[in-house]
Design a protein. Structure first.
Lengths: 146, 146
DNA sequence: TATGTAAATGATAAATTATTTCACTTAGAA
DNA sequence: TTCTAAGTGAAATAATTTATCATTTACATA
């Protein structure tokens, strides 16, 4: 399961960050869909209801949330400053290239590969980035009917 | 093995693109190291020897090379418009987060995972992005001695 | 509940990064 | 050598991201 607004807020405060309405609104937006969001997209969405919010605040909030691993940065498909709400634990993403919907999955089992890579190259491997890209069921149907 | 300057040039021409000295210089720069390069980094490097070259040309050339899969875009570590010379066939990258050195590897064996994911989610999966990030041997030593 | 203070915000400016336009140049085929 | 479509650089513009700073606010403490 993905983190809820409440959980994100709690963790944010546990780390000593203040809870402003601006931060709450950004969190709510990211949590509200399974899609990924760029800073500008969030700004435009939020700005409709809260015209006083500044774009800079969106950037700053996303930066904090990303640092605390409460949101995840995506790369395959769309902008590279594109975030989705996180799920606890080690996981990866399956992304729809058409609608931007993101599905989490676990169990990548790359430890063996990582070990042999490390042995062969001498690298100290600290992490990996794994994303699948494709078309979700809905978008497959839409593509067919077009 | 990675593509050579000659191979890249040949494929470029096979696709009907003209070979300008600007393109050759960009290709040469990307091929010359195992690192990844941003458009600006290439521009600054190239501009020393060829002050007449325009930054736009770098962007355009990189775009073409990427479309022809002659160079690969990287995401983990550094800018997201960051490219390294390609190796033929399906492969992935192991990136040093300190010096930017890139090592290719094959054999990710994600087909099984991809199939089960596709079955569970109904996605039609078209591809994946896999990168390992870590420290190469040289940078490990440097970090220790500091 | 009122108050003090560090943290956070928005406005502004500025720096970076990326794209568009267009007149001029050039690679390469004939 | 000539011709022409493709490519280039300069400049303007757009988009994205970061820095600065006076003002505002969350929230701990009294």
């Amino acid at each position: 399961m993905r983190l809820t607004e409440k959980e994100v807020v709690t963790i944010l405060r546990q780390h000593g960050y203040k809870l402003t309405w601006q931060r709450r609104v950004v969190i709510r937006t990211v949590v509200s869909t399974q899609d990924h969001h760029t800073p500008t997209a969030i700004y435009e969405k939020v700005h409709q209801d809260y015209p006083n919010i500044g774009l800079v605040t969106i950037y700053r909030t996303l930066e904090i949330l990303a640092r605390l691993n409460l949101i995840c940065e995506l790369h395959a498909g769309g902008s590279c400053h594109s975030y989705t709400i996180a799920a606890p634990g080690h996981h990866h993403h399956l992304i729809c290239s058409n609608c931007g919907r993101v599905v989490d999955f676990t169990g990548c089992e790359l430890e063996e590969l990582q070990q042999s890579l490390s042995k062969e190259t001498g690298f100290r491997i600290d992490g990996h980035l794994l994303e699948f890209i494709g078309l979700c069921q809905t978008c497959q149907k839409e593509t067919i009917t077009k």
